[in-house]
Design a protein around this ligand. Structure first.
Ligand code: AMP
Length: 116
């Protein structure tokens, strides 16, 4: 079950602030509060989805496409295409997912260390 009180749900409801990068009808992008790279931004869908699989299995195709277009738009705004970047989506217990609202991390702005 989706937890309406998770921190990203609160950000979507404007109950807590975020440093916004991009927003449209499908997604919100904002800076990670505890950055793990020079540039560390999170992209979240507007709907109540827990993880990558939950999103792909339950969202409308329009919402899935809209989310991934918003992710690309965020990469463009951050000007990361030329220098490169990393996308990560942690999922569930073995993925060490902390916040149970589907999100994709965009990491860049420097040469990243090995993934694990
Ligand atoms: P994950 O481990 O993939 O669930 O990542 C959750 C991310 O959310 C972590 O990188 C946290 O630093 C980040 N985070 C937690 N609370 C906030 C917040 N209020 N604003 C922005 N980022 C947050």
């Amino acid at each position: 079950m989706y937890d309406d009180n998770n921190v990203f749900a609160k950000i979507l409801k404007d109950a807590i602030p975020c440093k916004k990068v991009y927003e449209d009808d499908f997604a919100l992008s904002f800076y990670d509060a505890f950055p793990k790279a020079q540039t560390h931004v999170l992209v979240i869908p507007k709907g109540p989805y827990i993880s990558y699989c939950h999103f792909l299995e339950n969202a409308q195709e329009e919402d899935i496409l809209g989310f991934y277009k918003a992710l690309k738009k965020t990469v463009d705004i951050l000007n990361l295409k030329g220098s490169g970047f990393r996308l990560i989506s942690n999922s569930g217990i073995n993925g060490s997912q902390e916040v149970p609202h589907f999100h994709v991390h965009i990491l860049g702005g420097e040469k990243l260390k090995p993934m694990i």
